[in-house]
Design a protein around this ligand. Structure first.
Ligand SMILES: Nc1nc2c(ncn2[C@@H]2O[C@H](COP(=O)(O)OP(=O)(O)OP(=O)(O)O)[C@@H](O)[C@H]2O)c(=O)[nH]1
Ligand SMILES: [Mg+2]
Length: 386
């Protein structure tokens, strides 16, 4: 399946239905009083996280999503029907940004979590609402308000505890293959991995973590070279990054320069990412004798002035990978639990009926004079009853 991790869509909430102006008219009763009903509310648009989806590809083909309009009110105090809300399913891990304002609207990180992205218009009021002791035949009504329209960017960020970082060919995919059940393609040419892969590393029944393999970075990635840094965003939610360094690059390049390239690209990409806990993992140690390995790795660490954690492994024959995974697990377990994000379930109703009605009516208070009456102003329905 094609992996699509970024799309732009347009969502339009429904407009509110208009209020109705109508009067009861019964035999022998000339003025039976107002009976125009309110309109219905327009439908809201929500995003809802669904763990069965793992790509945003559907939104490549369908970019416009519109919720229904509320029905207009009718005579006999009939309230127009409110439109159904529209729910758009997105994969867990989807972040939503308003394209026009740049505002981040929310993150959906749990199955079934909801996020309101466009609020439907409010209903207009029927003339029944405007009845008062001084005005028993009100011709006022209000129209429904327009629904919100928004252009959204949806970004799917993988949810992983550990992120792999490194030049092409460093052995990132080989590492994820050897520690998890994920089987991304491994080959001796750069850019074998074109889309991110996730693997679950299971230490025992209760303990596991998720590791993400992303395409390799090269110098100039921040400016778009190679596959660019478009995949780095997937590492933003990781708790720790593993910088995989090939100690024996086949192209004869200098491992120190290579490592500097990665660190440089990371820093240019974002401060947040370069500040994340990062460990160095020297890979392909099976290609060197122990002494040689010691010498090369020390040289690299000194050149980088590295003070952080260091591991030496061979992803290929699983040397040192168990120890690495155990350390990763302990590290993740020792971290304070991630700040509880307040679930945005959209259930909070900002709309206050009474306030809205009071406001709508006070706006019109000045017009409550019956002399203003002009048939053409209103679309008056008169109901005749026997
Ligand atoms: N000898 C040896 N070779 C390795 C080891 N790990 C990876 N390789 C080889 O290095 C080459 C690249 O490995 P990949 O796992 O595809 O590298 P990658 O970092 O995922 O590369 P991209 O997907 O292109 O970014 C393959 O030929 C692997 O067999 C190792 O521990 N020892
Ligand atoms: Mg790879």
């Amino acid at each position: 399946m094609k992996f699509v991790d970024e799309v732009e869509i347009r969502v339009e909430a429904g407009d509110g239905g208009n209020g109705c102006v109508s009067f009861r008219k019964e035999k022998y009763i000339e003025f039976g009083g107002p009976n125009g009903g309110d309109g219905g509310d327009g439908g809201d648009v929500y995003l809802i996280a669904d763990e069965n989806l793992n790509t945003l590809i559907d939104y490549r083909f369908e970019r416009f999503h519109r919720a229904g309009r509320g029905e207009n009110g009718r005579s006999r105090d009939c309230t127009g029907k409110s439109a159904d809300d529209l729910f758009l399913k997105v994969p867990v891990g989807t972040r939503t940004v308003d394209v026009d304002t740049g505002e981040q609207i929310g993150d959906l990180t749990q199955h079934k979590q909801q996020l309101m992205v466009a609020k439907g218009g409010w209903h207009g009021l029927g003339n029944t609402r405007f009845k008062s002791s001084t005005n028993r035949a009100p011709r006022q009504k209000t129209d429904g308000t327009p629904g919100e329209i928004r252009n959204l960017k949806l970004e799917l960020l993988l949810l992983a505890d550990v992120g792999l970082l490194g030049l092409p060919n460093a052995g990132k995919s080989t590492l994820i293959r050897s520690v998890s059940a994920a089987k991304p393609k491994v080959a001796d040419y750069p850019f074998t991995t074109l889309v991110p892969n996730l693997g679950v590393v299971r230490l025992d029944q209760q303990r596991s973590f998720v590791i993400a393999d992303i395409p390799g970075l090269i110098e100039g990635a921040a400016e778009g070279a190679g596959l660019g840094t478009q995949f780095l965003k997937h590492l933003e939610r990781c708790r720790v990054l593993l910088h995989v360094i090939d100690v024996m690059p086949v192209d004869g390049s200098d491992p120190v320069e290579n490592a500097r390239t990665i660190i440089g690209e990371l820093e240019r990409h974002s401060q947040a990412l370069s500040d994340k806990p990062r460990w160095i993992v020297f890979n392909k140690l099976d290609l060197l004798l122990e002494e040689e390995a010691q010498e090369i790795t020390n040289e690299i660490l000194t050149a980088l002035d590295w003070q952080g954690d260091v591991f030496s492994i061979s992803a290929f024959n699983k040397m040192g990978t168990d120890e690495l995974c155990n350390k990763l697990m302990s590290f993740i377990e020792a971290l304070p639990p991630e700040e509880e994000e307040v679930p945005v379930d959209g259930s909070e109703v900002e709309f206050k009926w009474d306030t809205y009605h009071d406001e709508a009516m006070s706006d019109l208070d000045d017009d409550l004079d019956d002399d203003d009456w002009d048939e053409d102003d209103y679309d008056v329905e008169v109901e005749y009853r026997q």
